[in-house]
Each structure stands twice: as C-alpha cells, then as structure tokens.
Design a protein. Structure first.
Lengths: 191, 124, 503
C-alpha cells in the first residue's frame, strides 16, 4: 500500500509541477503549484517525516502561495504580451534537461549509489546519540535537539537572514526619505 | 505517531475528490443549459454596466503584508521545536532559552523597525 | 534518555571564538537601533558609527594577524573551522565593508534614498561572509551564503527609483536563485550518497566537510558523488561569475549603485573563492581527477571571455564587471594549482585578492566621485581631460588601473606573478599561456580608459555638439586621504611583499 501511495503522490507532484510550467493563466499555474506542494507534503508523510510535512503545508502551500497569488494579482498577469522563447533555446533546454534527468535516473538506479536495503525507521532518539551522530527521528522533538545544540550557529544566522529580509522589504517597497519623515519625490528617470 | 494515523487525512482527501467530482457530474447531467450571451456572463446580469476590468491591480501594500507574514511565519517554524524540548534541555543544562530570546529579540527589532518606518500602516 | 552527546555538542558552541563576526553583528544592530531611536537631526552620526566601529574592529584584527594563531579545530559541532588564512580573510572582509560604507556616504549624499539601511545591510552581509569562508558544514555554508545573497538582492536594487537598478536586482534575484538551487541539488546528492550505508565509509554526518571528505576519498568513482560535486562547483562558479555562469555580471554591475558594485566585485568574489578553496582542498580533495580538468577549462574560457568582451565596452561599470570576470579566471588558475597540490597557491590567491581590493577601491573611489546623479550611466568619455582638471584623481585612477592590469611595480603585478609561479609549479602550461594572453589583452582596455583621462584627443569636427560632462567639485580632504592611502598601499605591496604572510 505505501508503495502504491508513493507512486500516486509522486505522479501527482511531478504532473502538477509540469502543469505549472505550461499553464497559460498564471493563477492556474499557482493552483497547480499548491497541488504540487501538497503532494510533496504527502511524500514527506510517507517518509515518516511528519514535522516536515506540516511545515511544507504551513509555509509553502500556505504562506508562500499567498505571496505568489498577491504578486500575480498585483502585476495583473496574463494581460501582457507573451514572449515566445527562441526555438533553438527551447530545443537546447529540453535536450539538456532530458539528458540530465536520464543521467540522474541511470545513476541513481543502476550504479548502486542509492540504498538498496530499507533504512530503519527511528521513532525516538537512541541512547547513544553522540556529537556526530544525531539521527533524524520521526518525532518533531528531534529537530529541536539538533537545532539548539549542533545547529545553533546556523539557527542564529537565520535570525539575521530574516532581519535582512524584513529591512529589504521596507527599503524596496516604502518611500523613505533620507531624513525619514516626508515621503520622497521619485527621481525622474531620463529616457 | 505512525503512518496509519494519517489514514483519516487520506480518507478526507478521497472524500473531497469524490464530492467535487460528484457535484460537477451532477450539475452536468441535471443542469439546464442556456445559450451564453454577454448579459448572462457578466458579473451582474442586470443593473449597472461594469466600470472597469474585473481584475483590478492590487496595491503594493498587500505584497508588503504578505511578505512580512511569511517572515514571521518562518520565525514561528523555529519556535515549534523549541517549545517541544526546552524543558528537557533546561533540565540537563543545555542553553536554549537565551539563544531563542536573542533570536526573537533580533526579529522584534525588525518589527520595531517596520513600525517606525510606517511599514505596517495601511495609509501610505 | 542520555543527553551526554548533546551536552558535548553544546560545549563546542564557543561564541568567544567568533568574536569578530559577533562584533560585526553588534555594529549592525547598533546602527539599526541608532536609526530607530535617534532624532533625525542627529542621524548624521550613523555613518560615523558604522565606519569607525568597523575601523576599530579592523585595527584589533590587524594587530591579531601578527600573532601566531593556533587552529582551534572544529567549533559549533563542526559547523565552522578556522583555517590558516581565516585571520587575513576576516581583516579583508571588514576592510572591504568599511570602504563600501565609506563610498556609500558619498553615493547616498546625491540620492534621495534611505541612508542607514545601506550601512547595516553591508555590515550584516560582511559578517555573514566572514562565517561563510570558515564554514565546514554544508548547512552552515548554505545558510550564510543565503544571508549574503539575500542582502545583495536588496543592495543591488537599492536605488529603487532607477529602472537600471531594479532590472539589475531582478536579474540577480533570478539567476542567484537558480544558482542556489543548483548548489542545493548538488549538496543533496552528496548528502544522499554519503549516508548510504551500503557504501564504504558512509557517515551519518554527511553534511560535514571532514566526514564527507573521508567518504569521497573511499569512493571517488561513485557517479552520484561526481554529479553532486560538479553541481556544487557550478553553483559556486555562478557566485564568482566564471564562464559559462557569467551572464548576470555586466548588467548587474552596471545597474547596481557604484558602492554595491564595488562590494560585489571585491567581497562577494573573494568569499566565493574562499569557499571554492575550502571545497577543493577539503571534501573534494580526492576528486582532483575531476576538479582539475573541469576548473582548468572554466578558467581558460573565463579569462579569454572576460578580456575579449571588455574590449568593446564604453560604460566603465561594465568594463569593471567584465574585467572582473577575467580576474576570476586568473584566480581560478590559482585554485587549479591548489587542487594539484601547490603549497604556494592559496597564499598567492589571498595576496591577489588583497591587491585586487586596494586597486579596485581606488578606481571605485574615483568613479563614485565623478558619477552624477545617474549612477548607471558612466561612460569612458566622462573621464576626458581628467588629468587636466583633477590631477589627483587621474593619478589615483592610473595607479588603480595599472595595478588591475598588472603593471610592475604595483601590487597587481606581484599578485599575478605569484599566481603564475603557482601555475608553473603545478605544470599547468596551457593555463599559464591563456592567462598571459589575457593579461596582454587587458592592458589594451585598461590603458584605453587611462588614455581618455590623460591625453587630449585632437578636436574633431562636430565635437562641439557633443555634451561636455560637468566635473564635480574639488576632492575633499578625507576623500584625498583615503584614496591616497589605498594608492600608497598598492605601491608598497608591489615593492615590499616579503614576509607579509610569514613567507
């Protein structure tokens, strides 16, 4: 049964991801993207990464897609002219992508690099979790152990990453005068 | 938590798909078909003519709010694992309270910045 | 449950070991607080705090450079590991960030843009770069790389009234996101292969460079590893602007505000190279059969492409961008020599980076002073008769460009020489040939720029119709001192380089 579900959801994910790229209407594309994200969340569930699945729905299918839809509406997409890419570019991109995919599939399945034995499912942290060896378990708590011991520095850097992003949002979207009080006059761009 | 616990979710998904399909098929079979014309396709069949295009451009304000929402959403993501384990870490003397306070402090500073620059005010 | 492992891990979180990075973060937060709580009449203090704070940090770092630094080993659970060149690179990034803030002051005085955000973004990004070049774990590498990149997205499109700047920001965003995706895909492949229990030396900590290096040394022929390594290298090559991943460079360099262009050209490139060096000497050391030919090919095309395309450019920011591609090519020669195993190569790269920093900031200092409100449109023609009107700036420009071109006795010449010696020791004669051809070509466009400044063209009929470019006023004493210092260091580094890095 899990095997069947895996194929079902991965087919759903790949198919809707493909539809994102070919759909003419940007809103339809965004909707397909939600389906793709939810399919991916289902794949995480099948991998017993429940926390990741919840985050996938919460952050990607929820917040990121809201932003996408806002931007699509903001830009009033679909009314502009469509630019057809160069035939040669399209052909080259298709051939390159196909080569990469087939190469990767061959490597993954034929060369023995992919694990052939099923990996054990760990539900709770083992007693002997050492400094270099924190396995990811199915419980959400295992993320916490890693985050506040081993990954403390990246975690704090992420805080600054978010701060930079917040400042960037304001700097790029609000009119701030150099003195910070009056709305600034836009510079007239010369043609 | 086991994979089996997600069975209700699976059933709900199937149910949603079945109901949606059923409604579509039923309305296709039983519904009366009318010839489409301009008046019946418009948003308000009788009354005023529409003044502008049905998809107005949204102001950049929406975008700013959505963007800031994502940032705080991600901040929350980091707090979930902390809430689950901070008591255990506290009991064995691993620092986790001050670091998350620092993390939150940095982001609070960002929030203060936004308010000060009137980033959260609707009228601008 | 047994918490010993976690207690061990928590004990390696020695925050005192990364005090320079913490001070950078502190200066940034201080600038942010001052911006928030200072009355607007006192806001002029903010750039002073940013610049002098960093100068103080720089002074402490430079004094520390002389002392013997014992390697502390992996810290933060193997997230970062300081190597022999970490102190120099810390000083490098702080210096570069200070100079960018300094150039920012005179750029922002002409634009109606938010001020203090520029300084704090620059400072945060530089702090993240300092962590990036020390990271010894892919998680740390990616998080700090993204901090740097997102900061750059904002900085590149900082002049939001200018269509050029916004276009540059958009292009940088799309291609930067693409390169991050490629890098991540490579990391994922490596991670997956290295934690496969069926393979020799598999590890549960496969994001860690040391563990990954052991695994790759045991299974260097594994195709998944090779694909992963190639993708990771491609992602990094995007960041340093090596051909065929250079398409973003000219447009972004032109559209970005000039101080940000300098920041991109110097710091971002240096950070990319340090990461490349860490990877090539660390986890990918066993893959030299792959990395040497791959990077050699990229280096040759990069050198030739950058120099040949720079020949026809009239916009000085595009010239700097395209010649920056060529400089990335020369530096890649050093990286290849390092992959072959020449001990001189990493020091040659670092010397080159420092020479590049001083020369570039001298040139950018002149550019910022001469630029009008429309920062993106700086043609070579603007430099006409510069020597007549502002001889000091012309002199600075000449020495800066001369050092970039590699004219003896300037620092750039010694830098190129060291790289070429490293390439010679590694017996990379083809690369050496390409690099020398590139240097010869580069002399043409650097001197074309200089000729515009120094030699008066004979007046052609119709010249009166052409607009004459107004020269900005006299150079302030502080600007003179800063540029003078950069030039003096460039000359001194060319004359006395013995013993700078302890041999």
């Amino acid at each position: 049964m899990p095997d069947f579900l895996f194929y079902l959801f991965s087919a759903l994910t790949v198919l809707s991801a493909f539809l994102v790229t070919v759909s003419r209407n940007a809103v339809n594309g965004a909707m397909y993207m939600i389906v793709s994200f939810v399919g991916m969340a289902a794949l995480f569930v099948l991998l017993e990464a429940y926390f990741l699945a919840a985050l996938q729905v919460l952050v990607y299918a929820g917040a990121v897609m809201v932003l996408f839809l806002f931007i699509i509406m903001l830009l009033d997409a679909g009314k502009g002219r469509t630019v057809r890419p160069d035939r040669l570019t399209t052909a080259a991109a298709c051939i390159g992508g196909l080569l990469l995919i087939s190469g990767l599939i061959y490597i993954t399945f034929d060369s023995g690099a992919a694990p052939s034995t099923p990996l054990p499912v760990i539900t709770e942290l083992p007693e002997n979790a050492t400094a270099t060896n924190i396995p990811f378990t199915t419980s959400s708590r295992s993320f916490g152990y890693g985050l506040f011991t081993k990954y403390m520095l990246p975690f704090q850097v992420t805080g600054f990453l978010l701060l930079i992003a917040m400042i960037g949002v304001i700097v790029l979207s609000k009119r701030i005068d150099s003195s910070g009080d009056e709305p600034a006059k836009p510079r007239i761009a010369k043609s | 938590m086991e994979l089996v616990d997600y069975l209700p979710v699976m059933i709900q998904l199937l149910l949603a798909a079945v109901i949606a399909a059923a409604i579509l098929i039923a309305s296709h079979i039983f519904g009366q078909r009318a010839r489409g014309n301009y008046a019946s396709d418009s948003a308000y069949e009788c009354g005023m003519l529409e003044e502008s295009k049905p998809h107005p451009k949204f102001s950049v304000k929406f975008y700013v709010v959505a963007m800031l929402f994502i940032l705080f959403d991600i901040e929350m993501v980091f707090m979930i694992p902390w809430v689950l384990i901070y008591r255990e870490l506290l009991s064995v003397g691993i620092l986790s309270v001050w670091p998350i306070f620092f993390f939150l402090g940095v982001l609070t500073l960002g929030l203060v910045y936004e308010m000060k620059k009137k980033g959260l005010e609707w009228e601008r | 449950m047994n918490y010993n492992g976690f207690q061990e891990l928590a004990a390696t979180n020695q925050w005192s070991a990364i005090w320079p990075e913490l001070s950078m973060a502190g200066i940034g937060l201080l600038v942010l607080c001052l911006d928030l709580f200072l009355p607007s009449s006192r806001k002029r203090l903010i750039p002073l705090v940013a610049i002098f704070g960093q100068l103080a940090l720089l002074a402490v770092l430079v004094m520390g450079c002389g002392c013997a630094t014992e390697s502390t080993g992996p810290l933060f659970g193997g997230m970062i590991e300081s190597g022999p060149y970490t102190p120099y690179m810390r000083a490098f990034f702080v210096l570069s960030s200070t100079l960018v803030c300094y150039l920012g002051v005179s750029y922002l005085s002409r634009q109606n843009l938010p001020r203090s955000e520029f300084y704090l973004l620059t400072i945060f990004v530089s702090g993240a770069m300092m962590l990036l070049v020390q990271s010894s774990n892919f998680v740390m590498l990616f998080v700090s790389l993204e901090t740097v990149t997102i900061g750059f997205y904002v900085l590149v499109s900082y002049c939001r009234y200018s269509p050029f700047s916004l276009e540059a920001g958009l292009k940088y965003l799309i291609l930067g996101a693409l390169s991050s995706a490629i890098l991540l895909f490579g990391i994922v492949l490596l991670y997956g292969a290295a934690s496969n229990p069926a393979l020799a030396q598999s590890t549960t900590d496969s994001m860690n460079f040391a563990a990954l290096g052991k695994f790759i040394a045991a299974t260097p022929e594994e195709p998944l590893v090779l694909v992963g390594a190639v993708l990771v290298l491609c992602g990094i090559c995007f960041k340093i602007g090596a051909v065929p991943f250079q398409i973003w460079v000219p447009d972004v360099y032109q559209g970005a505000p000039t101080p940000v262009t300098a920041f991109l050209a110097v710091s971002s490139k240096a950070a990319g190279f340090l990461v490349l060096m860490n990877l090539v000497a660390g986890p990918f050391a066993a893959l030299s059969k792959l990395t040497v030919p791959l990077l050699s090919a990229i280096a040759i095309i990069t050198i030739l492409f950058g120099n040949i395309t720079a020949l026809g450019q009239r916009n000085v920011k595009r010239v700097i961008g395209l010649s920056g591609i060529a400089h990335a090519g020369y530096l890649l020669v050093g990286v290849v020599a390092m992959a072959v195993g020449v001990a001189l190569a990493p020091w040659a790269i670092i010397f080159y980076l420092f020479a590049y920093l001083f020369a570039s900031f001298a040139v950018f200092g002149v550019m910022v002073h001469l630029a009008g409100v429309e920062d993106e449109i700086q043609e070579i023609d603007h430099y006409q008769k510069l020597a007549e009107r502002q001889p000091f700036l012309a002199g600075v420009l000449a020495i800066g460009l001369g050092s970039l071109a590699g004219i003896p006795p300037l620092a750039g010449f010694i830098g190129k020489l060291l790289l070429f010696i490293a390439a010679f020791q590694a017996e990379l004669y083809t690369l050496l040939g390409a690099a020398i051809i590139g240097v010869v070509i580069s002399v043409y466009y650097y001197f074309g720029w200089m000729r515009e400044a120094f030699f008066i063209k004979p007046a052609l009929p119709g010249d009166e119709a052409r607009p004459s470019y107004p020269m900005p006023g006299a150079v302030g004493i502080i600007h003179k001192l800063t540029l003078g210092l950069l030039v003096v260091i460039t000359v001194l580094m060319g004359l006395f380089q013995r013993g700078i890095f302890g041999g």
